[in-house]
Design a protein around this ligand. Structure first.
Ligand code: PXP
Length: 237
């Protein structure tokens, strides 16, 4: 059965809108866990625009499921990760001006730095995953680097403008996931997934986990976080 990772960045985004102490991402994470989340996902951005170091240390101490830290390969972020020791670090590309992570990591062009960061995190006992587009070249390079986990970027599937286009991107995701599994790489997926588009993609058995944030937090505004997570968990399963 597929697992659900809930990204709680947007709880911190709301806090930062007022630069106060609430809502506390940890409080949200505990509700997500109560509602069946299998892991808590948080992105420490280079500009610290939402999640801060102190959130990560609190999450690390208090959550009972797994902590999946999304991060770039920037030196200071890597150094924080080695102190926090999340269960998993998902390496993502990062641009300062983007609203959210646009596209996957280019492992082919950045393999030297990714290899260095992978080694460092691995030495610290942190599982490393790469957030990549459903592209065989990227999967091949991840396999060469000895990576055991990838997360496929589902943004194009989620933003498809027609059901035909959506099907085409779903096939790409399925083929990429099958290809990675043949290479012994475990595969999760995320970005832009919501209560509607999760239905078709959650049928792909080779996807072991879905990481979802924005749509859950939006729905939670109206029904509460616990119900929003419970509903997504049912759909993912
Ligand atoms: N997975 C990764 C690697 C991401 O960068 C994000 C966005 O932070 C997500 C999943 C969740 O995306 P969304 O908030 O669109 O559900």
């Amino acid at each position: 059965m597929a697992r659900l990772g809930v990204n709680i960045d947007h709880i911190a985004t709301l806090r930062e809108a007022r630069k106060t102490k609430e809502p506390l991402p940890l409080a949200g994470a505990l509700i997500c866990e109560k509602a069946g989340a299998d892991s808590i996902v948080a992105h420490l951005r280079e500009d610290r625009r939402h999640i801060k170091e102190k959130d990560l240390f609190l999450l690390r101490r208090k959550i009972r499921t797994r902590l999946n830290l999304e991060m770039s390969t920037a030196r200071d972020v890597v150094s924080v990760a080695c102190k926090v020791k999340p269960d998993r670090a998902t390496l993502v590309p990062e641009k300062r001006k983007e609203l959210t992570t646009e596209g996957g990591l280019d492992v082919v062009s950045n393999s030297a730095r990714i290899k260095e960061v992978f080694r460092k995190l691995d030495k610290n006992g942190i599982e490393v995953s790469l957030f990549i587009d459903p592209d065989k070249r990227q999967i091949d390079r991840a396999a060469i680097l000895g990576i055991s986990f990838i997360e496929l970027h589902t943004g194009r599937y989620a933003n498809a403008q027609s059901s035909q286009e959506q099907k085409k991107f779903l096939v790409q995701i399925r083929q990429a996931a099958e290809y990675a599994r043949q290479k012994g790489i475990r595969v999760s997926a995320g970005h832009g997934l919501d209560y509607r588009n999760i239905a078709a993609i959650s049928k792909l058995k080779m996807l072991g986990e879905f990481n979802i944030g924005y749509s859950i937090i939006c729905y939670a505004l109206f029904v509460g976080l616990e119900q929003a997570v419970r509903k997504m968990k049912l759909l993912v399963r």
